[in-house]
Design a binder for this molecule. Structure first.
Ligand SMILES: [Zn+2]
Length: 320
């Protein structure tokens, strides 16, 4: 008797653009002290290069290069073993090599250096996932070169997923900062968007903020909304999550409701807050009066989930 197929549990926002899985990260493989020696000469081993937060891409793919004769360099990170996709069979071990600067010698066959923000709209799902993983772990290594306990240098181990203090032996693990982002509606089912003081132009988005130590996600939703808009919200509902490695966030999307729509921007982080009906938002975006977050963001996905479909922008209309 066969057991029933597992039921995929997908949150209301579905699988978000940056929430993909490209590799089997191989936590069992990466604990081997000689991991990089083992895979250095493997025929299926490939290197993903990054420099200054940018990776080498070509068209719709992250460039995966053969291992250089000089090996993997000082701080290689084992990204994992690829899963099958339309272009590649499964089973390629991918190693992230971070260079001190972009190497023009690697730019052959149309390859170029691109940031994740620029590349994410071009790359396929698995290549985006590789880039997200690489950017997040690379950002962590760049800023955790010393021990937070004693200040001594730390060295990478376990395939680049741990750093160990050279003085006191303490282990330090990659850091991820949870942040909530929330689509707030009022009794008329209007959506609240805010404009951050730091943003250029007339840009509006859902309110967001970091979760503080000792706080639940729901507590962070209620606190952040009160701080930024003066609104008292209730009933936070989880909608989905995706990594946001700029430099190391995990965005957790929520909806929440308020009974009293009298909102006041804090005047520091948030310079304006506005309630929109669906018609008002559609018209404000289509006319170019305001801009909203781009398609790879969880903000855009939260807004369109409320809106009931894609929101047309003036550029897209002009090109069509
Ligand atoms: Zn130490």
């Amino acid at each position: 008797m066969s057991s029933p197929a597992p039921v995929a549990v997908i949150p209301p926002l579905g699988i978000l653009p940056l929430a993909r899985t490209a590799v089997d990260r191989g936590s069992d493989r990466r604990i081997a002290a000689d991991l990089f020696e083992q895979i250095r000469t493997g025929p299926a081993t490939r290197v993903m290069y990054m420099a200054g937060g940018r990776a080498l891409i070509s068209d719709t793919e992250v460039v995966l290069s053969p291992v250089a004769e000089s090996g993997f360099g000082a701080v290689p990170v084992y990204l994992g073993r690829t899963l099958a996709d339309a272009q590649e069979p499964a089973g390629t071990d991918v190693v992230l090599v971070t260079l001190a600067q972009e190497d023009p010698l690697l730019e052959n066959d149309g390859a170029r250096w691109a940031s994740l923000r620029d590349a994410a709209v071009l790359l396929g799902e698995l290549d985006t996932a590789l880039f997200v993983e690489a950017a997040a772990i690379s950002n962590w290594h760049a800023t955790h070169t010393h021990c937070p306990r004693c200040g001594a240098p730390t060295v990478p181990e376990q395939g680049g997923w741990v750093r160990r203090c050279t003085e006191d032996g303490s282990q330090h693990f990659p850091r991820t900062d949870p942040a909530i982002i929330v689509a707030i509606t009022d009794p008329a089912d209007r959506l609240l968007l805010g404009s951050a003081a730091a943003w250029k132009g007339n840009r509006y988005s859902t309110l967001a903020g970091f979760v503080e130590p000792g706080e639940s996600l729901e507590g962070a939703v209620i606190r952040e909304v009160a701080e930024e808009s003066g609104l008292r919200v209730h009933s936070p509902q989880y909608m989905g999550s995706q990594p946001w490695p700029f430099p190391c966030s995990l965005m957790l999307g929520f909806t929440a409701r308020t009974e009293d729509p009298a909102a006041t921007p804090d005047g520091v982080e948030i310079s304006d807050v506005r309630w929109f009906t669906r018609q008002e938002l559609g018209e404000a975006v289509a006319s170019g009066e305001i801009t909203i977050a781009g398609g790879i963001s969880i903000a855009r996905n939260l807004i369109e989930q409320w809106y009931g479909g894609p929101i047309a922008e003036p550029d897209a209309g002009a090109r069509a």
